[in-house]
Design a protein around this ligand. Structure first.
Ligand SMILES: [Zn+2]
Length: 309
């Protein structure tokens, strides 16, 4: 008999990262495919369906899908994503029709924050910020033990906190946004502008000890992030800041300069703990698994033991 499991799918701007996760939190299978953004929204939807289909083992009892942009959780409709170019995609309906199991659809950053709070570093934190750094930057605000959503459900957009008054223009139209300096995409773009060499954020962080341009771009990312985190700290006094998302895969190379830059900005009060998530780029996927289990009627995750956790 196959172990009961769920399919967890994290749809990002670069790749679709999927896994089959068992009741114990064990990852039974994984499947990562590139997101065919250039081929249009229909191709992206087809890729999600293909991934779900190829992971549909006999034991699968629900599917969780997390996507960027605006999501209608109640109906499972992905309302809008600028990055993926889609509008009103009935993901839950499409996947349920195909698989016959319940499907949960959630916002990717909220899912990552939910995973960090349920089974990650933020498990017991009443006051914390989870910052998900990937192609963009967004966060989950936890204050007084509650997830703060805001009046328009827009709380946590720390990527669009302006940190330089006349800074570089952000894709959102504002100037000097944190994301313009500190997202993986920004690091890559700013390095290419300076050197003429296209490189990924991973390549840049690896090269920084021998490449002054890489070091400079990396330091500027840490400084921009620290400026935004200093503002957050002054307003909300977190005990813990968790750096998650793909860029958190850099580990101490990200954590240490952010800690140092934040300490350099907060001169009269204690500096909150800054950690990188061991879930790194898989936080959204674990969130998808938790929501899928919930759709299957099971509240799991708080006792899962994770690799590195
Ligand atoms: Zn912006």
């Amino acid at each position: 008999v196959a172990e009961p499991s769920v399919v967890a799918v994290d749809v990002g701007g670069t790749s679709i990262k999927a896994a089959v996760i068992g009741e114990s939190g064990a990852t039974l299978r994984t499947l990562d495919v590139p997101t065919p953004v250039a081929d249009g929204a229909d191709a992206v939807v087809a890729a999600i369906r293909g991934v779900a289909r190829s992971l549909a083992d006999p034991g699968v009892c629900a599917i969780g899908v997390v996507v960027p942009g605006v999501v209608d959780v109640a109906t499972g409709i992905a309302r809008y994503s600028a990055n993926l170019g889609w509008r009103d995609v009935p993901i839950a309906e499409l996947l349920t029709a195909e698989s016959g199991v319940p499907v949960a659809v959630e916002h990717d950053v909220r899912a990552a924050g939910h995973a960090e709070r349920t089974l990650g570093l933020a498990r017991d934190a009443a006051d914390c910020l989870v910052v998900v750094i990937g192609t963009g930057i967004a966060g989950v605000v936890v204050a007084g033990g509650s997830h703060v959503r805001g009046a328009l459900d827009l709380a946590g957009e720390i990527g669009h906190v302006p940190v330089y008054p006349d800074g570089e223009v952000c894709a959102c139209g504002q100037r000097g946004c944190t994301e313009t300096y500190a997202s993986a995409a920004a690091i890559s773009r700013r390095y290419a502008t300076r050197t003429g060499t296209p490189s990924s954020a991973q390549e840049i962080v690896a090269a920084r000890t021998s490449d002054p341009a890489a070091q400079q771009v990396w330091d500027e990312a840490a400084e921009a992030l620290a400026l935004a985190l200093a503002g957050y700290t002054m307003l909300l006094d977190p005990a813990l800041i968790v750096l998650a998302g793909g860029l958190a895969g850099a580990g101490a190379a990200l954590r240490d300069p952010v800690r140092a830059a934040l300490a350099g900005r907060l001169l009269w009060r204690p500096v909150p703990r800054v950690e990188v998530s061991p879930l790194a780029g898989r936080a959204g996927q674990y969130g998808a698994a938790l929501f899928a289990w919930r759709a299957a009627g099971r509240d799991l995750g708080s006792d899962w033991r994770l690799p590195g956790g």
